[in-house]
Design a protein around this ligand. Structure first.
Ligand code: NAP
Length: 248
């Protein structure tokens, strides 16, 4: 269980959902975790508390990633806590405004690209001085990035951009021994995918999956832990589809 003993990790959007599960999973494998949040300070504190109660190390860290300088500020704060080296960076924070083409506003489009694309891009850039051989970066993509499901073309495009970014960052950072991969969940019942609270939403989800049960955040976090660990040492530039066999 101590695959990540002595390692430091930063998980963005770790106050809820998949990010929360990821912070807890990384900590359970021995990593010291920076639990990032934006508005959910109370939720982030509870995650930190849970990690500490289990004997792990964690700190909460705030930044609004929709702001122009959000990723820069987060990187600065993270460096003051971890000091020299960040072993695992999970860019998980994301927003999804569900609207078809006709109803997507400029504001929603820009906000989704700011949080989902600009923030991970500049977070990796700003954390570069702390990343070195053996470090692992995981960016959260989505089934929506490669399959035309649902009615959120702008969100889907932001995740398509992540898939492209994974390849470019993996190529650029490979010489330094830094691995960069994406994890593309299918539908996971969280605050983001509130449609799964309806029977119609659950039916839609189960119909497109090979495995006939609803996902849990822990189904995704275990894949992230794998990519963060040395067991995935020869995997980079890849997108791992963690979706119960959706839209095969
Ligand atoms: P979630 O439950 O809605 O949680 C979103 C997290 O992102 C929260 O911790 C939130 O922090 C943070 N966040 C949101 N807006 C932010 C902002 N402006 N600045 C900084 N942090 C912000 O979402 P989730 O379902 O766990 O999704 C996590 C990732 O998986 C996202 O990248 C999402 O696109 C991807 N994904 C999700 C699904 C799904 O079905 N759920 C499917 C495919 C991909 P605060 O609460 O502290 O503000």
């Amino acid at each position: 269980m101590n695959r990540l003993a002595g390692k430091t990790a930063l998980v963005t959007g770790a106050s809820r959902g998949i990010g929360r599960a990821t912070a807890l999973a990384l900590a359970s494998h021995g990593a010291q975790v920076l639990v990032h949040y934006s508005s959910g300070e109370r939720e982030a504190s509870l995650v930190v508390e849970k990690i500490r109660e289990a004997g792990g190390k964690a700190e909460k860290i705030q930044a609004e990633l929709g702001h122009e300088e959000g990723a820069h500020e987060l990187a600065k704060r993270a460096r003051t806590i971890i000091g020299g080296r960040l072993d695992v960076l999970v860019a998980n924070a994301g927003v999804a405004v569900s609207a078809p083409l006709e109803e997507t506003t400029l504001e929603d489009f820009d906000y989704m690209f700011a949080v989902n694309v600009r923030a991970p891009f500049f977070l990796v850039q700003q954390m570069l001085p702390s990343l070195c051989t053996g470090c692992s970066v995981v960016l959260l993509s989505s089934l929506a990035g490669h399959a035309a499901i649902g009615k959120f073309p702008a969100y889907a495009a932001s995740k398509g951009a992540i898939d492209t970014l994974v390849k470019h960052l993996a190529t650029a950072l490979g010489e330094r021994g830094i691995r960069v991969n994406g994890v593309a969940p299918g539908v996971v019942p969280t605050d983001m995918s509130s449609f799964t609270k309806t029977q119609a939403g659950r039916d839609f989800t189960l119909n497109m999956q090979a495995l006939k049960r609803m996902a849990k955040p822990e189904d995704i976090s275990s894949a992230i832990v794998f990519l963060a660990s040395d067991e995935a040492r020869w995997i980079t530039g890849d997108i791992l589809h963690v979706d119960g066999g959706s839209r095969l």
